[in-house]
Design a protein around this ligand. Structure first.
Ligand code: GAR
Length: 215
């Protein structure tokens, strides 16, 4: 059979709302986007984001971490589902489980995450609240390759958002989230087009686009 497309195959991991998944689904619906989503995995059965995938016919699978005796078993199930769908690039999109070093090593250079801060600042949970508490004037989001260290790994792209005097966590999170929805598809496109090389702890990008947000 003739090869119909050279699109890269994505697997998206979610835990909840799935608005970044929705942004990736929308990007993949564009004919010239160089990737397609082969499978969406969620560790929570009730994750609202699963609906976004189901609505456009993208296969979903719930892999409930609570049904595995340990992290290795859970990660092995994730790995099997990703390999079963011939996934080339894993996109963590609000996936709120820590992954084992073994899983991170298996997918090193083939797994990215989006985080709502300008890394390496404000790793971990509630990054936007951490930014407000620190009094920074500029916040933002980062797409980075995943390594075993939480929210570590070579940075692909970042986008900056101002922190305004009246901001509470919800207002700042919404401003950053709007940027996330633009940044994640942009990063996936660059990777899928083969324009991102990992060089030690950094990424080198061929034809780096101008930054989103404050520029
Ligand atoms: C996003 O803000 C994402 O950056 C963050 O969770 C949210 C998920 O929203 N991820 C992390 O904090 C990971 N450390 P979504 O489910 O609507 O995409």
């Amino acid at each position: 059979m003739a090869r119909l497309s050279r699109k890269r195959t994505l697997g998206v991991l979610i835990s909840g709302r799935g608005s970044n998944l929705k942004a990736l689904l929308d990007a993949c619906a564009e004919p010239d986007f160089p990737a397609r989503i082969a499978v969406v995995l969620s560790n929570r059965a009730g994750a609202p984001g699963l609906e976004h995938a189901a609505r456009v016919g993208v296969p979903t699978q719930v892999i409930d971490h609570r049904t595995y005796p340990d992290r290795d078993g859970f990660d092995a199930a994730l790995d099997a589902a990703l390999c079963g769908a011939d996934v080339e690039l894993v996109c963590l999109a609000g996936f709120m489980r820590l992954l084992t070093p073994g899983f991170c090593a298996t997918w090193a250079g083939r797994m990215i995450n989006i985080h709502p801060s300008l890394l390496p600042a404000f790793k971990g949970l509630n990054a936007q609240a951490q930014a407000l508490a620190a009094g920074v004037r500029i916040a933002g989001c980062t797409v980075h390759y995943v390594r075993a260290e939480t929210d570590g790994g070579p940075i692909v792209l970042q986008a900056a958002a101002p922190v305004l005097p009246a901001d509470d966590e919800a207002a700042l999170s919404a401003r950053i989230l709007a940027l996330e929805h633009r940044l994640y598809p942009q990063a996936v496109r660059l990777i899928a087009e083969g324009r991102v090389k990992i060089d030690g702890g950094r990424c080198i990008i061929e034809g780096l686009p101008p930054p989103l947000g404050l520029a």
